[in-house]
Design a protein around this ligand. Structure first.
Ligand SMILES: NC(=O)c1ccc[n+]([C@@H]2O[C@H](COP(=O)([O-])OP(=O)(O)OC[C@H]3O[C@@H](n4cnc5c(N)ncnc54)[C@H](OP(=O)(O)O)[C@@H]3O)[C@@H](O)[C@H]2O)c1
Length: 336
């Protein structure tokens, strides 16, 4: 149980943006970004079939080709199958996250959390990644943001399909760990309450950030810590807005969010703290967090992320964040 011993360190690299999440990224830029992550010592990479309908997996696989497979940890996801025929990527029905990956590959994508689709998805990912094994597999986006009120019915399909298959693959040693990769706390809370099957970890995106953490702190993180199930924190910059980007929740950030970010930034500047250090170190301060996986499409971002991890952040900064009500009084903060 747990994945801390499996992970090479607290900082991974999330490759969702390399699936042309917001813009068409030149191949060289995508390759250079993965190379920068490797050169800076990052050895955990997260991807998914969904990220550009296979584009992120293909790019990551090409960029890692020739690297010793034992030297890095790879996670990808199941729940969406990529087909050979095409569709209009801009017309895909993606719930709250419409328009995402419209610059990605045009391959038709279907949601499918059944056992057969899980096995097929794993096989397809291995081919796209050009590798013979996956370390961690997350069941992707089995939540309301993508499935609306159908999400519970689809969760039940996943519980009796994808979950059981992945647990079997883990028990047979084919993969090392499995869990859910979601933007919502509810499916994780539900899964932590199950007797069977038992995941090793979860990838929780956007719900344990400086901007949004109250709900995760209530039940999910204490329960995960108690059960020894680790959390990988995805989207630590809330999809960009915290780090200087324009997006929040994968859409244009609303004014209220921009205002809150400005307040956090002003406080960080007063203490000489970079906003990235605040974001990454906040996510890692919770004892349930095993790693954080920021995403990027430009090589220069990686050096910022690595520097942010090692930056000395004064205790007074965290105290002031609390005092100004910008973070929950219950959120653990790093000890200097
Ligand atoms: N359901 C799931 O399982 C799930 C959901 C979401 C995320 N995740 C995982 O978590 C990873 C991280 O999430 P994310 O990539 O969505 O969001 P994120 O890490 O919160 O933010 C990434 C964005 O921040 C921007 N950024 C970084 N440094 C910047 C700077 N100095 N100035 C301006 N913008 C900057 C990047 O822009 P550039 O592109 O310009 O570099 C990138 O688009 C994903 O890649 C994925 O692996 C998983």
């Amino acid at each position: 149980m747990g994945i801390k011993p499996l992970l090479p360190g607290p900082l991974g690299f999330g490759t969702a943006p390399l699936g042309n999440m917001f813009r068409a990224i030149p191949e060289e830029e995508a390759a250079a970004t993965v190379a920068a992550a490797w050169d800076q010592g990052i050895r955990y990479f997260d991807t998914a079939p969904f990220y550009g309908a296979g584009l992120s997996e293909i790019r990551l696989g090409e960029a890692l080709a020739g690297r010793p497979r034992d030297a890095y940890v790879l996670s990808t996801k199941v729940g969406r199958v990529i087909h050979d025929d095409v569709e209009d990527p801009a017309a895909r029905e993606l719930g709250e996250k419409g328009g995402l990956f419209e610059h990605g590959r045009p391959n038709r994508m279907t949601d499918d959390y059944t056992a057969d689709a899980t096995l097929r998805s794993v096989e397809d990912s291995l081919k796209r990644l050009g590798t013979d094994r996956l370390d961690i597999v997350w069941v992707h986006d089995i939540a309301q943001d993508f499935h609306g009120d159908q999400w519970l019915a689809r969760y039940e399909t996943a519980r009796t399909g994808a979950f059981r298959v992945l647990q079997k693959l883990r028990d047979e040693g084919v993969i090392k760990a499995w869990g859910l990769g979601v933007n919502k706390v509810e499916p994780i809370e539900l899964t932590l309450d199950l007797d069977e099957p038992r995941p090793d970890a979860f990838l929780l995106a956007g719900r344990y950030t400086l901007l949004d953490h109250d709900r995760a702190l209530q039940r999910l993180l204490p329960a995960a810590a108690e059960q020894g199930v680790d959390m990988v924190v995805g989207g630590p910059y809330s999809s960009g807005v915290l780090a200087g980007g324009r997006h929040f929740e994968y859409q244009e950030a609303p004014q209220a969010i921009l205002d809150k970010v400005d307040r956090i930034k002003a406080l960080a500047e007063r203490h000489g703290v970079s906003i990235k250090a605040a974001a990454l170190q906040f996510a890692l301060a919770h004892p349930a967090t095993a790693a954080v996986v920021p995403g990027a499409t430009r090589p220069s971002r990686i050096a910022e992320d690595v520097a942010a991890l090692h930056e000395q952040v004064p205790a007074a900064f965290w105290a002031d964040l609390r005092a100004e009500g910008l973070i929950s009084p219950f959120a653990p903060v790093p000890t200097v």
